[in-house]
Design a protein around this ligand. Structure first.
Ligand SMILES: Nc1nc2c(ncn2[C@@H]2O[C@H](COP(=O)(O)OP(=O)(O)OP(=O)(O)O)[C@@H](O)[C@H]2O)c(=O)[nH]1
Ligand SMILES: [Mg+2]
Length: 449
């Protein structure tokens, strides 16, 4: 337990500016040597995809996969994750080759993790543990760090629950008494207290975000969120579209903190936000603690769903399903979407044509060559325009302030003078149109209620 906490908090030094390191993350000294273990019951294509994703996750976290043990069975062994035979072989291999850790592609129960560590005499981590580790490495802002710490605490806490139940099952009596139980209890109390503090501090930091959010909701400006699988090129597109300078890296979960930039075209303003990427089975602890960050996506008028065009159809479908799952989970399933297939510069003509046929609605882009960016901007402007209402008011000549209000908040304003007053037509955001309507319905000079 205490060991569990230490593990996730162990300090590590990284040289992030090392140009020799493809992923920009390079442990001073050497990468850790990891054995990847997996218990799978999926099709070979999906299997390859999942193993390569886990290898990428480990690599982003600073570990190199030096050996793999893949077992095909309907479900993992409930006690040991792998079957006994495979585990014996693995124990031999570990003894001979002394890797630094064993990492499982699937999530481990607290019991499985403990049994594996006992048997292999080596650190064992699961997929969620690795993802949390990457988040810890990449957290930059105060809020991001708090959010990651809370997610890690929740992870450790739920694992302790597993161990607790295990002790309870023994039903007390000889062999279960002693300091173990009370130690667990006080560990748990400590973690609970710390989680309470973290939640409060996140709420505190999130307050200014909440105020911003209220302003955002009230404002007529159209908000667009870039969302999609991690490493699809969201930040690259953000930079290319708005001139922002968000860090871009060939690493998973490079971006954790949300960034928002405005860009205008034809006098119409759009706010674009870039934020944390998604992954298959994004650990629920992270979804919970990053809730306020993910609200950017939920509150958007349009989600630009960025997908990697270089993936094969199966991979793309699996990733799309994972993205859907997260969007559903945060309540963003009914926000309109624009599909953007990025990195098309890496496709040959044949693959590109096939992709266009398969996704006729999508925009093909390359953040590298700039291809398709005008098209994306145009679609964003169309979405912004669609939010504007076409209004027409009959304004008596005595009500010049109403005409001014229409000019101040409207576009494409046209006036027609009549015998009693002016007919004024314009495009306006619905909130402003409502204000003008109420202004017009009040006698002149009466203050708003
Ligand atoms: N060839 C090519 N590479 C791209 C393109 N867009 C992004 N990349 C590369 O893809 C990698 C990931 O890009 P990011 O923009 O960091 O991706 P992201 O979606 O923000 O990733 P996370 O923040 O980790 O979720 C980087 O190495 C980029 O240079 C593109 O259009 N073409
Ligand atoms: Mg990013």
């Amino acid at each position: 337990m205490a060991r569990d906490l230490q593990r996730t908090y162990r300090g590590r030094a990284w040289r992030e500016d090392d140009p020799d390191d493809r992923r920009g993350l390079h442990e001073v000294g050497r990468a850790e040597r990891a054995v990847l273990i997996a218990s799978l019951s999926c099709r070979p294509v999906e299997e390859a995809d999942r193993l390569s994703e886990m290898t990428d996750l480990l690599s982003t976290a600073g570990a190199e996969v030096v050996h793999r043990v893949v077992q095909h069975r309907d479900r993992p062994d409930p006690r040991l994750y792998l079957g006994k035979g495979r585990l014996d072989e693995l124990a031999e291999w570990v003894k001979e080759n002394t890797p630094d850790l064993v990492a499982s592609e699937g999530d481990l129960t607290a019991g499985q993790q403990r049994h594996l560590e006992d048997r292999l005499k080596i650190r064992v981590v699961d997929r969620t543990g690795v993802i949390l580790d990457i988040f810890a490495l990449h957290a930059r802002s105060a809020e991001g760090k708090l959010q990651v710490e809370l997610a890690q605490m929740e992870y450790s806490y739920s694992r302790q629950e597993g161990l607790w139940q295990h002790l309870e099952r023994l039903g007390g009596g000889v062999g279960t008494r002693g300091p173990g139980e009370s130690q667990l209890e006080s560990d748990r109390r400590m973690i609970r207290a710390r989680m309470g503090v973290l939640r409060e501090r996140i709420a505190e930091v999130g307050k200014s975000r909440e105020t911003m959010r209220e302003e955002r909701m009230a404002s007529a400006v159209t908000r667009v969120a870039l969302a999609g699988y991690t490493n699809a090129g969201k930040s690259s597109l953000m930079n290319a579209l708005t001139g922002a300078q968000v860090d871009v890296n060939d690493a998973l979960f490079e971006t954790l903190d949300p960034t928002t930039r405005a860009f205008s075209q034809d006098g119409m303003k759009v706010l674009v936000s870039d934020t944390v990427g998604f992954i298959r089975h994004l650990p629920h602890q992270l979804v919970e603690s990053f809730r306020s960050t993910l609200d950017e996506v939920r509150d958007a008028h349009l989600i630009v769903y960025v997908a990697d065009a270089t993936e094969d159809d199966d991979g793309r479908a699996a990733r799309a399903a994972a993205v859907e799952e997260v969007l559903d989970g945060i309540g963003a399933d009914d926000v309109p979407r624009l599909l953007v297939l990025n990195k098309v510069d890496l496709l040959d003509t044949e693959d590109r044509d096939a992709l266009v046929r398969r996704h006729p609605q999508a925009v093909m882009t390359s953040a590298v060559t700039g291809e398709g960016l005008d098209d994306v901007r145009e679609r964003l402007m169309t979405a912004a325009r669609a939010r504007w209402e076409r209004v027409e008011f009959e304004v008596p000549y005595s009500r010049g302030e109403v005409i001014s209000a229409v000019y101040a908040h409207g576009r494409d304003v046209v006036q027609d003078a009549g015998p009693e007053g002016t007919t004024i037509r314009a495009l306006m955001p619905p909130t402003d149109a409502a204000r003008v309507r109420s202004l017009l319905s009040r006698p002149r000079g009466q203050p708003p209620r």
